[in-house]
Design a binder for this molecule. Sequence first.
Ligand SMILES: [Zn+2]
Length: 489
Amino acid sequence: MSSRQREQGHDQEPPSDSGGRGRRYVIRGGAVMSMDPEVGDFEVADVLVEENKIIEVGPDIDAPDADVIDARGRIVMPGFVDTHHHQFETAQRALLANGLLLDDGSGSPSAHPNYGEHILNGFTRVYRPQDVYINELFAGLSQLDAGVTTVLDVSQIHHSPEHTDAAIQALIDTGRRAAFGFFEGDGRAGYRYPEDAHRIRDQWFSSDDQLVSMVMGGELHLGREVYTRSWAIARELDVKIAAHAVGSWGMRPVFDEVARGVGGVQVGPDNIFIHMTGMSDQTWERFRDAGAQVSLAVPIEMVMRHGTPPILKMQELGMEPSLSSDVETTMAPDPFTLMRSAMTMQRMVVNQMVLDQGDLVPPNNYPTPAESVPELVTVRDVLRYATINGAEHLGLDGRSGTLTPGKQADIVLLDATALNTAPLNSVPGSVVSLMDRSNVETVIVAGKVRKWRGRLLGADLGRLRRELEASRDYLFKALDMRQDLFAYS
Ligand SMILES: [Zn+2]
């Protein structure tokens, strides 16, 4: 390649051995949105990466010895963080596109199939370790392709240590940053939740210096006998504790008990609660005071009847969520869907509050918001939810979530010259309001280029898809569920 071609750059190969020992490259000439207020934003700037770390962010970085990634016309920002994704359910993608959490007795297409009966108490029970592996791997690669460089994988598939090891191996083989969530399984013989956490920690997570870390599942709805053990083990191992909090699943009473301090466990800053729909004001206040974090799966909460996503409640309490995709049985897990859902949902509610102050007819058809009306969520807000907030909630903000010198290089390049985004007038605005996964051109994890100019590297996707389809066929058969491309709609 001539130096002229290298300068122009659009046909170049990725930097060789990126992320490797002594390797340096500079991402040149992009619109850089660091998500770190101290670093700031740049209409045109460079990011210098050495091995797995960001060394410098700013205009005209002098690095003559470094390879160059041409980022002209691209938005350069931190990779997205998803704080709750059930990756093992990939074989059931879109099966519950209408599905509710539970059978509500309506006899409607939304009640059957439903999540409780057909996923948690259905498909989940027939998974073999090899099904866990291919489902987890495929979901992880798919989300990496969409620019999500960090995930909390919530796998409730730990029927045996073999199932657990398959899930962890898949997260490692995906090659992105992940927190492995050790949740429960179905309780069969050989079942070792939560005590197996000790073995898992020793066998897989003895070093802090790896892409995959560990989070403990500590579901309160499993009952006090179980959750007191899982929370105690988590604190002994010094890992965070994640738990679903869904009022419509009947969890409000046990959350009230725990919040009141009479549930046998203490809530702290190491707790991540997922959804928090339908929880009491008192529980909210106590969790806020204890420093607990909240992950919202906004589109899923709206479509599956968890309850209204509590963004306004969090605003009132001075809290901010991270965002999560939850289940691909029902909704796309890309960050653009998550950010747009959070923004449109909050604004629908607040805009109607403002309109309700008026009379809908002139002259009072467009009132000035009263002081009591919450502020509208902005594109900057949801970008924060989808990056640094997620990293903070997973305890990974020292490594990820912003483009900050010294942090790991988890970076995405988004194509702002594309048909759906040009001309570029606002970097945060374009990402949140216009982009989708087709704009995610290059994805870097810990300095290593994993997607290059639209193509995921290092994965034989054809072979993996055939393995996933074989797993899907096995699971449907084992559950005696008919495969029919039009029936479940
Ligand atoms: Zn969930």
